[in-house]
Design a protein around this ligand. Structure first.
Ligand SMILES: NC(=O)c1ccc[n+]([C@@H]2O[C@H](COP(=O)([O-])OP(=O)(O)OC[C@H]3O[C@@H](n4cnc5c(N)ncnc54)[C@H](O)[C@@H]3O)[C@@H](O)[C@H]2O)c1
Length: 256
């Protein structure tokens, strides 16, 4: 049985510090809809600065903490720190991630480990810590961020270690959905197509954007706002009967 969805509620967003990233745009979008915001990023100062920016712009309580999500102890400590200064924790959205354009036969053990440890292990460490609170409270929303690269086998910028880690996020969230559903906690995935941020080797030129859009059904690539709106739905009270799902926000690149 689920407990009531609290009016005063907080969401933790990992990887929400980069100025042109999806996470920071989502922090603003959710704060404008009444969520208190916790930001965890490997860049600690940028995390705190992003939280200040959100608090000033919207008036909600917001706090930032530094952690490499691949480091379990640091990840857990960052959630502990944020939870102490925020209203009831209801949701977590795992944006922290790195790209990897290395061709498969050139992937070193270090590159493989770097990508999996951040993009998959890091999602697990943060989610497991937050899930303990959500289960205790009897209500919660968990979101993982995959990629169309996982579903189509690369094809945008990143290659195999990235695709494998992002496919892992889908399996992770489905299994968490099954285990934690009885405790009032949902777990879902958003799978973005190419989004106009700096993660694909720097800011995209108009030429690159046009080339990436050519493969889809809609004549453009995505914006951080497209993803933020999907997050707002999946962590809302109204999405309480949606769990174990992958929501493709990709302009029709992958229809499934
Ligand atoms: N932009 C796209 O086209 C696209 C498409 C599909 C999926 N995604 C995914 O969306 C998420 C956000 O990407 P973005 O485009 O906003 O990129 P971005 O590079 O702007 O944001 C990534 C953020 O994660 C943080 N980060 C990196 N390593 C970290 C670590 N070890 N610990 C904590 N924080 C760390 C970075 O500092 C940054 O703030 C990523 O998981 C990415 O894989 C992006």
């Amino acid at each position: 049985m689920s407990a009531a969805f609290p009016a005063e509620r907080a969401v933790i967003l990992t990887g929400a510090a980069s100025p042109r990233g999806i996470g920071r745009a989502t922090a603003h979008h959710l704060a404008e809809r009444g969520w208190s915001i916790g930001i965890i990023d490997v860049d600690a100062e940028a995390a705190r600065e992003a939280a200040r920016e959100v608090a000033e712009a919207t008036g909600v309580v917001a706090a930032g903490a530094g952690a490499n999500v691949a480091d379990r102890e640091a990840a857990v400590a960052a959630v502990d720190e944020l939870e102490a200064s925020l209203p009831q924790l209801v949701a977590v959205v795992n944006f922290a991630g790195v790209s990897s354009p290395v061709p498969y036969l050139e992937v070193t053990p270090e590159e493989w480990q770097r990508v999996e440890s951040i993009n998959l292990d890091g999602v697990h460490w943060i989610t497991q810590r937050v899930a303990r609170t959500l289960v205790d409270n009897g209500v919660g929303r968990i979101v993982g961020i995959s990629s169309v690269s996982a579903q189509r086998g690369g094809g945008t910028y990143s290659k195999t270690p990235y695709s494998a880690s992002k496919a892992g996020v889908i399996g992770l969230m489905r299994s968490i959905a099954r285990e934690l559903g009885p405790f009032g906690v949902t777990a879902n995935v958003i799978s973005p197509g190419p989004i106009d941020t700096d993660i694909m080797g720097g800011t995209l030129t108009e030429e690159r954007k046009t080339a990436m859009a050519a493969d889809g059904v809609l004549p453009r690539i995505g914006t951080p706002r497209d993803i933020a709106a999907a997050v707002a739905y999946l962590i809302s009270e109204d999405a309480g009967f949606v769990t174990g799902q992958t929501l493709n926000v990709d302009g029709g690149l992958y229809m499934h």
